[in-house]
Design a protein around this ligand. Structure first.
Ligand SMILES: NC(=O)c1ccc[n+]([C@@H]2O[C@H](COP(=O)([O-])OP(=O)(O)OC[C@H]3O[C@@H](n4cnc5c(N)ncnc54)[C@H](O)[C@@H]3O)[C@@H](O)[C@H]2O)c1
Length: 322
């Protein structure tokens, strides 16, 4: 069935891939984005087939008007990445709480189906692995800015789930380190983008701490496929899904892979977290998703392995920035 779909943050990295996929599936797509970290370039292929509205989710009347004219809302607009959150905590919180409240409120007021994009940061610094959707959250102090991102997204999730408990059509996805073409080359919040840029410039690759911390990197086509299923499958309603690959990679291993893949002359440079982010930062040592719910309910498993995904990302990077 063809649907009218609103994607907030649709000019962003994940959002634009989601838009491409929804257009490919034949849906009528509208995007709202203020182009703060997204770009029209990301929508280059999709733009003839979509309606693009440059505007902010902080504009409640605009959000309401756009939501009213759609069937499904994918809410991805946010201040993203630990770098942004630590540098601009107030503006980030306002976007991620008040902006999300506008989108969630309008979707519920007009009885639209809603998907809310959340994050693995929700789990904080828990040591329990893999991280399952119903696990406890373990967070640091409010005096440490980086936890504001997790907390803001948790408020969004609580709001969404409170509506779901009243029978509304809502689902939530928590992304685990998505990477792929269209990552911002400045690397805001993306270790893959940072390391690839440095390798291609033959600069030292910055690894924070000792590089033994791990992440589970998920190629963007997998991120998007799971998002579409969580947003459109009836069985997904009222549920939270981890979206990711459960293969762990240390940051040092990632850096070495990228050096080998790019043929870079660079070496690795170890930098303390404090030197990069100041005292108000705490990193999580491991972050591994429990992927059973996405598999059992959505019949989804990540397909693209890291070597293949990095190769595709590098190909795009070279074509775009050659
Ligand atoms: N990339 C990841 O690995 C990852 C991990 C966890 C969660 N997420 C979540 O996924 C979503 C998409 O993130 P992304 O990685 O594509 O980052 P992104 O920065 O590329 O996308 C965010 C988009 O939201 C837009 N935006 C920001 N503030 C806005 C506002 N006030 N009004 C309208 N648009 C606004 C930006 O311009 C951008 O296009 C976000 O909700 C983010 O929290 C991403």
């Amino acid at each position: 069935m063809v649907m009218r779909v609103l994607v907030t943050g649709g000019a962003g990295y994940i959002g634009s891939h989601l838009v491409d996929r929804l257009v490919h599936l034949g849906h009528n797509v509208t995007v709202i984005d203020n182009l703060s970290t997204g770009s029209l370039q990301n929508l280059h292929g999709a733009q003839p087939h979509i309606e693009f509205v440059e505007g902010s989710i902080l504009d409640e009347a605009l959000v309401e008007r756009l939501v009213r004219g759609t069937d499904v809302v994918f809410h991805l607009a946010a201040a993203v990445g630990v770098g942004h959150i630590v540098e601009k905590p107030l503006a980030s919180l306002i976007t991620n709480v008040r902006g999300a409240e506008h989108v969630i409120g309008a979707a519920m007021a007009y009885d639209k189906r809603l998907l809310v994009a959340s994050t693995s940061e929700i789990y904080g610094k828990t040591k329990k692995m893999p991280m399952s959707e119903d696990d406890d959250r373990v967070l640091g102090s409010t005096t440490i800015a980086r936890w504001g991102y997790s907390t803001a997204k948790a408020i969004d999730e609580h709001l969404a789930l409170a509506h779901a408990a009243e029978g509304r059509r809502v689902s939530v996805v928590r992304y685990f380190n998505s990477y792929g073409p269209r990552l911002d080359p400045r690397g805001y919040g993306s270790v893959v983008a940072n390391l690839m840029r440095q390798a291609l410039n033959n600069e030292p690759l910055t690894v924070h701490g000792d590089g033994t911390q791990t992440r589970c990197f998920t190629y963007v086509t997998d991120t998007v496929e799971c998002t579409v299923r969580a947003g459109l499958d009836d069985g997904a309603q009222g549920l939270v899904f981890n979206v990711g690959n459960d293969r762990e990679t240390t940051i040092l291993e990632l850096a070495r892979k990228i050096i080998a893949l790019t043929g870079s002359r660079s070496d690795v440079s170890f930098v303390s977290y404090e030197a990069r982010y100041g005292k108000s930062f705490e990193d999580t040592v491991r972050r591994v998703p429990d992927v059973r719910r996405a598999r059992d309910v959505l019949n989804f498993s990540a397909r693209v392995d890291l070597d293949e995904g990095l190769q595709r990302t590098l190909t795009w990077w070279r074509e775009t920035y050659a």
